[in-house]
Design a protein around this ligand. Sequence first.
Ligand code: BTN
Length: 260
Amino acid sequence: MNETSLKKTLSKINIGGLRWFDSIGSTNDEALAWAAAGADDLSIVIADEQTQGRGRLNRRWFTPKGSALAFSLILRPSAALRPHLSRTVGLAALSIADSLTQTRLAPRIKWPNDILLNGKKTAGILVESVWSGEDVDSLVIGMGINVFRDSVPPADVLQFPATSLEEMLGSIPHAREEILLSILEAFIRWRERMGSDELIHAWEEMLSFRGEQVEVKAGGETPVTGKVDGLESDGSLRLKDLHDNSVIVRFGDVSLRPMA
Ligand code: BTN
């Protein structure tokens, strides 16, 4: 993947601007600055290597050179989309999941922001906002996909088992820019239905650990446990406790784990 091949591939769809870097600290940092400076909707920052890649919960995100897809998408929400912004991470997760399904894989979404293949993390999403007073001016959706084996960090630093598309498929049948194109196409399709029940249902269908007992930790609070039941209309996770009562887990600094 290089700037020329990327531009050629992405010319098939309508995006805003494009910034390509051989190496960068974090594409999310660059995209946040660009968004604050007025970047167009659907502008993309993408890099072949990140030296300061960031994940949720202040974790590092590894992007060794030539190994992964690491990009950040800038969204300028229309008035119609504003009531549904809490669904943004689901929109991104479904887009990655749809794209992987096309390559005969069976992805699952570990709420809120991980894509699993065979129970192992293959992609992560980090959504950040640019504010204008009390309103969201724009959103930056960072997506990191482990494409080649080299993108998977060593086991001793992993919080959760991880894998790559190469490991799952045996080899990578498409160039990385083709995978990016199919994610963006799915994103554009799903964004048109961002406020629909269809999006929540599709997201729910893809949830991992459905019907299974999980533990969800939120910040310093006591962990919540229950069976994964589904999603609320704002994308919050609904668990069922031992007494079959619904427990709603809101977005935030949460991490979800299956229970033994
Ligand atoms: C997570 O799983 O915790 C989220 C990982 C998000 C990683 C992507 S890679 C592109 C973008 N730039 C970053 O620094 N992070 C996101």
